[in-house]
Design a protein around this ligand. Sequence first.
Ligand code: PGA
Length: 249
Amino acid sequence: MRKNIVAGNWKMNNDLPQTESLLQDLKKHVIPENVSVMVAPAFTNLFQAFEYLRETPIEVIAQNMHQSKKGAFTGEVSAQMLKSVGVNTVIIGHSERRAYFNETNAILAEKVSAALDSDMQVIFCFGEELNDRKQGEHLEVVNAQLEQGLFHIEESQMKNVILAYEPVWAIGTGETASPDQAQEIHKYVREHVKRAYNTAIAENISILYGGSVKPANAQEIFAKPDVDGGLIGGAALKAEDFMAIVNAF
Ligand code: PGA
């Protein structure tokens, strides 16, 4: 059985006191047993967040990592560094990393391997831009992202992968893919995973939707059979909103 997952991507928001205050608000809520809840604060606050949430079921995850084990990569953070502060899951391939930091499918493939080889879990993001959709090329774009960035990994490693479909035109724009649009892609991707690997892997992999998910639309989106949760940006910055989304299954 695949898991329901709601992960909050805080992006470059919240200094340490703000992080503590948001975590304190989150801690006031009961986490339902049918959902895995994750939060991704900035690198600087990961350790404190981990300590803070130690007694809770909320997992602290990272927004990015470097593909090398260590070395002269100024400003970067490795898998081992993340693991040493209690982080065992990392988001890879977010569209902001692809667009603003030139992370190509080839670089992302290396990052995926580096994380999985370090026994970390990966949330692999993919999704088309508005222009791709207008030209009817969204399925090809999504295919290429999966084939070039993810499908090189071994069958045995796929159990540590979570997928996140995030149409770029829906991220931070207030524009959400309709539940049917999300379902169409999720189903398509699950079929693709089945072809590339096998039925068991395809049925067990969680596929999250991301892009302007909020309390008002989460329930309708999560109700779709191939949507197993959400990757939440803006609405993850308010405990009330985030928890309303967590409770939307
Ligand atoms: P958003 O961001 O919820 O603010 O659209 C989603 C994401 O980037 O993961």
